[in-house]
Design a protein. Sequence first.
Length: 267
Amino acid sequence: MSPWIEGMRCLAIVGAVGVLGACSPPAAASQAQTPAPVATPTSTQGTAAVAAPSAPPAQTRVQGIDVSHYQPQVDWDSVKAASSFVFVKATDSTGAVDPRFASHWSGAKKAGLPRGAYHFFHPKYDVDQQVANFTQHLKSDPGDLPPVVDVEEFKSEYQAFTCEQLAGMLQRFSQATEKALGRKPMIYTNHQTWQTSFCDHPYFNDHPLWLAQYTNNPGQQPKLPPGWKSWLFWQYSESGKVNGIPGAVDQSYFNGSAQDLQALVRQ
């Protein structure tokens, strides 16, 4: 998703869109049930047999992917059989459009997959022009899921700005995007970028979070950036394998059931 993930990123997402080129920000881990009471002793020596605690309830998650021009060939019917949603890279900077956006956007729609689009944010370029570049491609077909702004360090360009400057730019992008599309954008980021470049700014705590945090154990809960109480999507892998896509693809979880995902879809 990110330029690193897409071969352009120096961030190792998301690790990411650096990503969506992107990258990553407390949902509490599922709690084990209270152990069963001690069983009545059955041994002639009076040793009590203790029943094992019940297994914790299964976590409810729905899996999906994100794609860009780095996945030029997609069999959307096959993808739909293995994925419940997709995010598609739309734009970058003030004028760049992902060369596969139109085909991916229409292909996912035809297959009936819930879709969301993302913009890879560059602080060194004019914010209003970035908003215009992103939203003009979505006004006629905004998709089903929240629009996304991908913020992650890219080629050290964030280092030229303070946390307050970056937070102010991102706030402006968020407000203008919401005004244009009628929906608060989701923040895609990773821990390093969010802490170092945005200083865990509290303004964005009410924004939905797509956290880029890769792991070999996706059954666990990810660590949340300070301020956020939960994640909406979690990009847990940049090297997933999905039927219908040759090569690797980013994979994410939605923090809820299929019914919850459907409730999130724009009606």
